[in-house]
Design a protein around this ligand. Structure first.
Ligand code: MLT
Ligand code: ZN
Length: 485
C-alpha cells in the first residue's frame, strides 16, 4: 500500500501525459471506475489516458517506483469486473482509448497492425476496406477494444471457424509493470525462437503487462452467406445436427449458436419490435451460418442439404431460412441482443462454461435439474456458442421475484452447482468471459495446486510487486514455501 495522496499521484502523472489526459477522481472518472453493467463500483486515485507507448512506459515506471497499483482498461465491457479498480482509491486506471490508430494493413501478408485502443468494429472495418476479414465477432464490437479482446482472449460467435483471439494474433507490444517495453510486433506465421512470449499476455487479464499494439491475422472476406434459424428436438439433436453440418459444409460452417425458449422469449420481449423467425414455440433452437468465398447458390444448397438431413433424422423440427441479408440480420439481432436483454431485466446468474461437445447435452440436462431444484421457477436462459462447446448458462429470476431477492438466495448455490457440473464433465468455469473478480474465488476450487502455483510464479516473475491489476484473476499469493511443496 502506498501512502501518497491522490493529488500527488495526479500531479506526477499529469507531468507525463499532460493535465487533460490525467483525471482526478470525481464525476469525470465515474465511467472508468464502474463496469458497464453497473455491478462493480470502485474508486481511482487518477485515470490516465496515455497518447503512446512511450508515455505509458513512463507512467508505469513511475507507478512501479512509488508502489502505485495500475488497472488497465480498454472499452470497459468486461462481464467479470476485470477492468475497474477496487474501492480503496489507491489505484491508477490506465485507459487505452487514445491509442486508437490502425498502423498498417498488409494485404499481401494478410496481417493488420493496430494500437490496443482500436475498437473491434474499427479493426473489422479497416480489414474490410482492404478486402479482408478480421473474424472476431462479439456483441460489444462497437465499444470493446483490441487490447481488451487480447487480454481476455475474447471468443464470440465465429470461434468455431476462426478460433479465439489467441489464434488470431501474430505479434504484440506490451508495457511491463516496471515500464520496460516488450516489442514483439512481428507478423510471422512461423517463428520457433523459444518461448512464445506474446501468448503470456493473451488471456492474462492485464495482470502481467499492458498490451499496447498487436499484429492480427486477416482472412479472405466471405462473398456469400446462408443463415437459418432452426428448431431442434433437444440439445442432443443440436449436437448431432452440428456433426452433420460439419460433414456437409466443412470449412464454410461459421457459426452454430444455441438458443433456449426462455432466452428467445426474453429477447423478443426486450426488443419489442422483433418476432420469432419460427411459427410455433420450441424448447430449443439453433442459428446456423455458412459463409464462403464462392457463389451463394452453392452455399444455399449446402444449407438445405444439412436441414433436409436433419429433418430426415428427426433432429430438426422446423426451420426458417433467411431469404435476404435483412432476414439474416434480423436472426442475428435476436441472438446478439440476448445479453443486453438480461442486463436490462436484471437478476441473471451468468455462468459461462465450456464442455466437450460429446458431454454438452447431458451437462445441460443435469445443470438444468440442479438449478430447478434450487429455484423451480427460474427462467432457464441458456444460449451460446454450441459449435465450440461454450454455453452461456444463465438462470434468470422468476418474473415475480426481485433481482436482489433472487441473487441473494440463488447466486452462490446456482453458480456452484453449474460450475461444478461443468468441471466434472471435463469443462471450464469460464469459457470466454475470463475470471476478473467475479470468478476469482471459484478459480481456486477448480485449478490444481500445481496450476495455481505456476500461475503465481509467472505473475511474480513479471510483476514482483503485484501492482498490475491486483486481485483480479488471482487473489491471495501463496507463501513462498508453497511453491516448493
Ligand atoms: C454472448 O455471447 O452474447 C456474450 O458472450 C454473452 C453474455 O453476455 O453473457
Ligand atoms: Zn458469448
Amino acid at each position: 500500500m502506498h501512502t501518497l495522496s491522490p493529488d500527488r499521484v495526479v500531479v506526477a502523472l499529469a507531468d507525463i501525459v499532460g493535465s487533460r489526459a490525467c483525471l482526478a477522481s470525481g464525476p469525470d472518472t465515474a465511467a472508468f471506475t464502474t463496469d458497464y453493467r453497473g455491478i462493480h463500483h470502485g474508486k481511482a486515485a487518477a485515470v490516465v489516458l496515455p497518447a503512446n507507448t512511450r508515455e505509458l512506459s513512463r507512467v508505469m515506471a513511475w507507478c512501479h517506483a512509488h508502489d502505485v497499483p495500475v488497472v488497465p482498461q480498454g472499452g470497459n465491457t468486461s462481464l467479470m469486473g476485470g477492468a475497474v479498480p477496487d474501492a480503496s482509491g489507491q489505484a491508477v486506471v490506465v485507459n487505452l482509448r487514445r491509442m486508437n490508430q490502425v498502423l498498417e494493413v498488409d494485404a499481401t501478408n494478410d496481417t493488420m497492425t493496430v494500437q490496443a485502443g482500436v475498437t473491434l468494429s474499427a479493426a473489422r472495418s479497416a480489414a474490410e476496406a482492404a478486402g479482408r476479414l478480421f473474424p472476431l465477432r462479439i456483441g460489444s464490437e462497437g465499444s470493446c477494444q483490441i487490447g481488451g479482446n487480447l487480454s481476455t482472449n475474447a471468443g464470440g460467435t465465429a470461434v468455431l471457424r476462426y478460433g479465439n483471439m489467441r489464434d488470431l494474433v501474430l505479434g504484440l507490444e506490451a508495457v511491463l509493470p516496471d515500464g520496460r517495453i516488450y516489442s514483439g510486433l512481428r507478423g510471422l506465421r512461423k517463428d520457433n525462437t523459444g518461448y512464445d512470449l506474446k501468448q503470456l499476455f493473451v488471456g492474462s487479464e492485464g495482470t502481467l503487462g499492458i498490451i499496447t499494439a498487436a499484429v492480427l491475422k486477416l482472412m479472405p472476406l466471405p462473398r456469400s452467406s446462408a443463415v437459418a434459424f432452426v428448431a431442434v428436438a433437444s440439445p442432443a439433436a443440436a449436437v448431432a445436427l452440428l456433426g452433420e453440418a460439419k460433414k456437409m459444409a466443412g470449412q464454410s460452417l461459421t457459426a452454430f449458436e444455441l438458443v433456449s425458449r426462455p432466452a428467445l422469449e426474453l429477447v423478443l420481449a426486450y426488443l419489442g419490435d422483433a418476432s420469432s423467425p419460427l411459427e410455433d414455440s420450441h424448447e430449443w433452437m439453433v442459428l446456423i451460418e455458412l459463409t464462403s468465398g464462392v457463389d451463394a447458390e452453392a452455399l444455399d444448397q449446402t444449407l438445405m442439404q444439412v436441414l433436409e438431413a436433419g429433418l430426415e433424422a428427426g433432429l430438426v423440427l422446423d426451420a426458417a431460412v433467411a431469404a435476404s441479408g435483412a432476414d439474416a440480420q434480423a436472426f442475428w439481432r435476436i441472438r446478439e441482443e440476448i445479453s443486453d436483454a438480461q442486463t436490462r431485466t436484471g437478476g441473471s446468474i451468468k455462468c459461462d462454461v465450456s464442455v466437450p461437445l460429446s458431454r454438452i447435452a447431458p451437462f445441460i440436462e443435469h445443470a438444468t435439474a440442479a438449478v430447478l431444484a434450487l429455484q423451480p421457477r427460474a427462467r432457464m436462459v441458456i444460449y451460446g456458442h454450441m459449435g465450440d462447446g461454450n454455453v452461456h448458462f444463465n438462470p434468470l429470476r422468476p418474473a415475480d421475484c426481485t433481482a436482489p431477492a433472487f441473487l441473494s438466495a440463488c447466486y452462490e448455490p446456482v453458480s456452484h452447482a453449474v460450475d461444478s457440473l461443468a468441471h466434472a464433465a471435463g469443462g471450464s468455469i469460464s469459457a470466454e468471459h475470463g475470471i476478473g473478480v467475479a470468478k476469482r474465488d471459484d478459480l481456486t476450487l477448480y485449478k490444481s495446486p500445481v496450476e495455481l502455483a505456476l500461475m503465481w510464479q509467472i505473475k511474480r516473475a513479471l510483476d514482483p510487486k503485484n501492482l498490475l491489476n491486483p486481485a483480479k484473476l488471482l487473489l491471495d499469493a501463496p507463501s513462498v514455501d508453497a511453491f516448493d511443496s
